[in-house]
Design a protein around this ligand. Structure first.
Ligand code: GLU
Length: 424
């Protein structure tokens, strides 16, 4: 018998909740259950045709590419950030990785300060810090603050040790809540960050999925200390292609260089055909703009319908402003739920899955206290191709019309409502 000797930082950790619920949902479906997949946050939309064609045309690309990424691709990403975020980066300031998730891991590995993580936040930031052994400072937020960190709260935390090296992870439109920051809030956070020399990792992977197309990068207000994280997974529907990007200011080139070294010793470089195809994606153009416009309108209709339906039933929830997530709070049903032995968000998600087939993730997976009765709904369980075709062929698109072609998310929220009604 060999001695078990798992690294203590990894011992006891479980598979990421987003990937686990996806695999569990697929297995339940395979064994004949009707499952409404609100679990994994995967774009429902197909990769734009011109980008798929670029991938086909580049299937023969077989060479290892530069560790930092193909120059032409980095140039197109510089142009992308100038166009969408009004921030200028030289192509030497861009790093390409196999998903922004891996780049975040490398960043936390090469940077030695504390990691400040708002809660709730995406499931993997904290486990990554834990695997590496970084100290985490959690910044709790609340329903009342729209799950956003408040500049005043940030100031109070930073006062405790003002010049301690820290990396703050911001993410907006946010996972798990679908909400964003106002320009004023971004400016205030930027000012505080500057005065405390805080580095910001701004995870803007959902930026182009701001439902009204008005995303603003905090890099506009704090260019010297912000790293923008983006990629193909969400706005371009290509999560499985695994291509993420970081854009660094000149002042943080030391981090970029260190990440490049670790990249060269670990994944080498991102798949060559994917990088060539990504040039087409980041170059945008009319077809991609139309695709994005339609994607946003469709997500807005579904998100707002789900919001209206749940709020009518006394669920606490904010109207979505971006991405494809809602983060309802079922506290109003606390007593009824308690009578059913449901006292944590994880009990809630499990009961809902078992009794209605709606797969969601509990708030605790996003760092919320386990008794807070929140769930993340990823409203992506519909055929995105059908929805886009419908949108482009309809002169006056309405939510009722959308429901006819994409009934699944609408049916899923009806199941949740029926379940709530029988709690009374
Ligand atoms: N970001 C997606 C989610 O939160 C899935 C990808 C992942 O977690 O790796 O559901």
């Amino acid at each position: 018998m060999l001695n078990a000797s798992i690294n203590l930082n990894v011992r006891g950790l479980k598979k990421s909740a987003t990937l686990e619920i996806n695999e569990r949902s697929i297995a339940l479906e395979k064994s004949g259950n009707k499952i409404y997949r609100f679990g994994l946050g995967q774009s429902p939309f197909p990769v734009p045709e011109s980008v798929v064609k670029a991938l086909k045309d580049n299937a023969h690309q077989k060479d290892y590419l530069p560790v930092q990424g193909l120059r032409e691709l980095r140039e197109s990403i510089s142009a992308f950030h100038l166009l969408n975020d009004d921030v200028r980066y030289h192509s030497d300031q861009i790093l390409i990785g196999p998903g922004s998730k891996e780049l975040m891991f490398l960043l936390q590995m090469v940077y030695y300060g504390d990691i400040q993580i708002p809660s709730p936040c995406w499931v993997s930031y904290a486990p990554q810090a834990r695997i590496i052994g970084r100290h985490i400072e959690v910044i709790p937020t609340s329903f009342e603050s729209r799950w956003r960190i408040s500049p005043d709260h940030l100031k109070t935390i930073l006062k405790i040790d003002p010049l301690k090296p820290r990396l703050l992870i911001l993410n907006y439109p946010g996972n798990p809540d679908g909400l964003t920051y106002s320009e004023i809030e971004l400016q205030e956070i930027a000012e505080i960050a500057r005065s405390h020399r805080l580095i910001i990792l701004s995870d803007e992977i959902y930026g182009l999925l701001n439902h009204s197309g008005t995303h603003k990068s905090i890099a506009q207000y704090y260019p010297e200390g912000t790293i923008i994280s983006s990629g193909l997974s969400k706005w371009c529907g290509a999560g499985g292609w695994r291509l993420g990007t970081f854009a660094f200011p000149k002042e943080l080139t030391w981090i970029l260089n260190a990440m490049n070294v670790v990249a060269s010793e670990t994944y080498t470089s991102v798949s060559a055909p994917i990088q060539y195809a990504a040039i087409r994606a980041f170059s945008m153009g009319n077809d991609i703009n139309e695709y994005l416009h339609a994607s946003r309108e469709i997500l807005k209709m579904i998100g707002n319908h789900l919001f209206d339906t749940l709020v009518k039933k006394d669920v606490r929830l904010h109207a979505p402003t971006g991405a494809f997530y809602l983060f309802p709070d079922f506290t109003s049903f606390k007593e009824q739920l308690y009578l059913r032995n449901i006292s944590t968000s994880s009990d809630l998600a499990n009961s809902l899955l078992k009794e209605t087939g709606v797969a969601t993730l509990p708030g605790s997976a996003f760092g919320c206290p386990k008794e807070e009765l929140t769930l993340r709904l990823a409203y992506v369980n519909f055929n995105g191709r059908k929805a886009l075709d419908w949108y482009s062929n309809t002169s006056l698109p309405t939510t009722d019309g959308l429901r006819k072609v994409c009934p699944e998310p609408f049916d899923a929220v009806d199941r949740i409502v029926e379940w709530i009604e029988q709690l009374h």
